[in-house]
Design a binder for this molecule. Sequence first.
Ligand code: NAG
Ligand code: NAG
Ligand code: NAG
Ligand code: NAG
Ligand code: NAG
Ligand code: NAG
Length: 189
Amino acid sequence: MRSSILLALALLPAALALPHKEEAKSNGKGKNKDKHHGHFEVQTKPFSNTTLYIPAIAVGENQFAQPECWGIQPNYTVGTDPSLAGTLDVSLGNVSTASYVYFPDDFSAPLHGPGSNQFVIWLTGAATIYFPNATGTIDCVAGTNLAVVDNSTVSTGHYTNWTAGTSVLLVTFNNHVIPPHTVVDRSYC
Ligand SMILES: *[C@@H]1O[C@H](CO)[C@@H](O)[C@H](O)[C@H]1NC(C)=O
Ligand SMILES: *[C@@H]1O[C@H](CO)[C@@H](O)[C@H](O)[C@H]1NC(C)=O
Ligand SMILES: *[C@@H]1O[C@H](CO)[C@@H](O)[C@H](O)[C@H]1NC(C)=O
Ligand SMILES: *[C@@H]1O[C@H](CO)[C@@H](O)[C@H](O)[C@H]1NC(C)=O
Ligand SMILES: *[C@@H]1O[C@H](CO)[C@@H](O)[C@H](O)[C@H]1NC(C)=O
Ligand SMILES: *[C@@H]1O[C@H](CO)[C@@H](O)[C@H](O)[C@H]1NC(C)=O
């Protein structure tokens, strides 16, 4: 199963080569900021060579979705395979399906959760995620890997404003099992 995500990542260059609308009509990010919500960037935590930190949408009190910062466990190991020598490697758990999704237009998604617990991996574009009952936003850009587990069984979900030209990989967790992690912060990475 672990090979599934490696396969998904192997498809990445092909996905990047697909034609897509360029940034012409991007990106409302930074404009029209809701005064009551702070502005938070993902991946601002200084790079750690022991632990991979990823932003997540989890579930807090009263089934409300909330942002979290996860430290993936176990910690990095150093690659010994000749093709990965000296790299920092960590398993992202067992995954099942991978799909590619492209947003041709700006799209403000209504309150929703994922159909299945999953990673959402940004290849191009951007999205702003906000919450019915938590302040601040998660701003996702190319390179963001977001864990999303506020599915409809356990939560009312979150809002996502997608920017035209965004493409993502949805990689679902096998049997909905959430990859091992520690919650580093009940807020943003
Ligand atoms: C992590 O960084 C520290 C300080 O730069 C270094 O001593 C250590 O060897 C590094 N560990 C790995 C696994 O690269
Ligand atoms: C992982 O690294 C962190 C430091 O970033 C350390 O506090 C923790 O003990 C490490 N965990 C394991 C299982 O080695
Ligand atoms: C992944 O699946 C293997 C084989 O079923 C199992 O041994 C392992 O514990 C699973 N890993 C995680 C992180 O769930
Ligand atoms: C929703 O999350 C819960 C808790 O992690 C899990 O038990 C359930 O299977 C998940 N449902 C879906 C559809 O992913
Ligand atoms: C979240 O909901 C609770 C009631 O369940 C309310 O008291 C609280 O003010 C809400 N917080 C935010 C940030 O909206
Ligand atoms: C998301 O889009 C909606 C509808 O266009 C807008 O009202 C809202 O302010 C946007 N929120 C954020 C955080 O960008």
